[in-house]
Write a protein that binds this ligand. Structure first.
Ligand SMILES: [Zn+2]
Length: 135
């Protein structure tokens, strides 16, 4: 009975829109300490948010396993192609939530951070999405 209740409460979050991103790629060994990312507020007006993307962030796959979001929806929003999501690479997608008190919007930041196969350290911001957490 308890399990059923939890199941009914479990809802998908809603992707509202993909946010325009100025700089989305960062390189150098210092990215391993995290990256400060700037992006435009979904409310417009050219207002910028700043968020610190940490290498200790959880993995996107966990969010999908929890049933909060699915790869198909993310692919449709241009986060990455399905073949990239399905491909097993040493560099996995990570995510962070960000809520701004200034606009009260919720954002989902999806990125890959680490040492790539060519020996370069890189942080690639795949997408920043304005979302409705649907709590
Ligand atoms: Zn905002």
């Amino acid at each position: 009975m308890a399990f059923q209740k939890i199941y009914l409460k479990k809802r998908y979050m809603i992707i509202k829109q993909k946010i325009h991103l100025g700089k989305s790629s960062f390189s150098g060994v210092e990215v391993m300490d995290g990256v400060l990312v700037e992006f435009y507020c979904a409310n417009g007006g050219g207002f910028k948010h700043e968020v610190f993307v940490s290498p200790n962030s959880p993995y996107l796959n966990d969010l999908v396993t929890e049933g909060k979001i699915d790869f198909e929806s993310l692919s449709k929003k241009g986060v990455a192609t399905m073949s990239i999501f399905e491909k097993q690479t040493p560099l996995l997608f990570q995510y962070q939530f960000f809520n701004s008190k200034e606009c009260n919007n919720d954002y989902l930041i999806i990125f890959r951070l680490g040492e790539w196969q060519n020996g370069r350290y890189m942080c690639e911001i795949n997408a920043i999405l304005e979302i409705d957490l649907n709590k």
